[in-house]
Design a protein around this ligand. Structure first.
Ligand SMILES: [Zn+2]
Length: 154
């Protein structure tokens, strides 16, 4: 991943050997030429180090995001254990609390669409005037669930 780091180190190595060569040069024209090469090598090394630092920071950010995502999924796994998918009416499904044992009409019902996207959205019941049906509405705009009665009503 940090492919710029070896390049930067190589540039520094070049600068170092140019610096050593400059010490040995007595001719001023040659010394000037060596100095220019030396400066170019230093500038190149600096650029490569900056790029390596940016890559390093990018990796740190990616790691932080991945850790946060893992933590979020771990919390969600704990939360989803508290709910079970259940048919609440003919062909109508919702998540209800696993421990719930009362009538379905009174149970907290969560939207399956939202639940499958790691969100808990409590469905709100309403009455459909035409056809005397019941409906459940998700606050996130998922399609309404419309049915005649709950599964446990005799
Ligand atoms: Zn929903």
């Amino acid at each position: 991943m940090l492919e710029n780091l070896p390049v930067a180190l190589s540039s520094l190595q070049t600068a170092l050997s140019l610096g050593r060569a400059m010490v040995d040069v007595r001719d001023s024209a040659k010394a000037q030429d060596q100095l220019i090469k030396f400066n170019e090598a230093i500038i190149s090394a600096q650029q490569n180090l900056i790029e390596a630092q940016q890559e390093h920071q990018k990796l740190i950010d990616e790691l932080r995001r991945a850790r946060e995502e893992c933590e979020e999924l771990r919390r969600w796994d704990e939360e989803r254990e508290k709910y079970v998918l259940r048919g609440i009416a003919q062909g109508v499904f919702a998540y209800i609390p696993t421990a719930y044992s009362g009538e379905l009409v009174n149970a907290q019902k969560l939207c399956t669409n939202c639940f499958d996207q790691y969100r808990k959205s409590t469905l709100q019941q309403f009455r459909v005037e035409k056809g005397r049906q019941l409906g459940l509405r998700c606050p996130n705009g998922c399609p309404d669930l419309v049915f005649y009665d709950y599964e446990d009503v005799k």
